[in-house]
Design a protein around this ligand. Structure first.
Ligand code: NAP
Length: 248
């Protein structure tokens, strides 16, 4: 059955891979991005050539008006939203907490926590049966950092992902009766451009060797678990937090 899926931060990395796998299932994908319109356009083209339908929609997840418009535009383009991937997230260069300035802390928590909560709220409004939705599946992107703490690197980021785990637990209980399943995927060291934005482009390649599986993961490997959680194959799974970490 065809589904309408909205993915935040789908211009590259895990969001891009998830969009393309959704396209291969024939689903319609709303490809959100913040700044990189040309990369989002490439995701749209890749979804279409995989067999799906797609549009790109710019919206910064920290902007409430833009987030509301993003969900409305998705529904207008493809009909009721069946799946939402709460994926947009950022890191900042590695540092001890004592050296982090306020602007950095605010940016991390604004994007990864407030932005994710705002998007989850809109998903709840659109998908809940008592509000006119059809039910569906929400997948939140957490991180192994939520349980490792990321000392001397990103305790801010780690804490922001701890909030995502807690959101997943609470919202799954809130929305179960509404026909909406809520789960999280916790990636480990995945080879995407997020590490370059933290100042260490080879971080996943170097640290990935120390995982039990001896290598970093790929965005496609994370996307497979997200697609499973979006699909009807996981129909009795809610409130789950799935590690995709190579055993880390
Ligand atoms: P990535 O390659 O850096 O891509 C991030 C995406 O998020 C981009 O499409 C970017 O869009 C978008 N984005 C950033 N800020 C945004 C905002 N304010 N509003 C809307 N979109 C925004 O990241 P990734 O590695 O694929 O990570 C995806 C998710 O998985 C994140 O939540 C991350 O924390 C989590 N994760 C990743 C890893 C890993 O090792 N890669 C590990 C654990 C968890 P633009 O380019 O257009 O700005």
């Amino acid at each position: 059955m065809s589904k309408t899926i909205l993915i935040t931060g789908a211009s590259r990395g895990i969001g891009h891979s998830t969009a393309v796998l959704a396209g291969a299932l024939g689903w319609s994908v709303s490809v959100n991005y913040a700044t990189n319109a040309s990369a989002a356009g490439q995701t749209v083209a890749a979804v279409k050539s995989a067999g799906g339908n797609a549009i790109a929609i710019q919206a910064d997840v920290t902007d409430e008006t833009a987030v509301i418009a993003l969900f409305d535009a998705t529904r207008e383009a493809f009909g009721p939203i069946d799946g939402f991937v709460n994926n947009a997230g950022i890191v900042a260069p590695g540092s001890a907490l004592a050296d982090m300035d306020f602007a950095r802390l605010k940016r991390i928590f604004d994007t990864n926590v407030l932005g994710a909560y705002l998007c989850a709220r809109e998903a709840a409004r659109h998908m809940s049966r008592s509000r006119g939705g059809n039910g569906g599946s929400i997948v939140n992107l957490s991180s192994a950092a939520a349980r490792l703490g990321a000392p001397n690197e990103y305790v801010d980021y780690a804490g922001s992902k701890g909030a995502i785990d807690t959101l997943t637990i609470g919202l799954s209980k809130e929305l179960g009766p509404e026909g909406v399943r809520v789960n999280a995927v916790r990636p480990g060291l995945i080879d995407t451009e997020i590490h370059a934005s933290g100042g260490k482009p080879d971080r996943a390649a170097v640290l990935g060797k120390q995982t039990p599986l001896g290598r970093p993961g790929t965005a496609d490997e994370v996307a497979e678990s997200i697609i499973w959680l979006l699909s009807d194959a996981s129909s009795y799974v809610t409130g789950a937090i799935i590690d995709v970490t190579g055993g880390r």
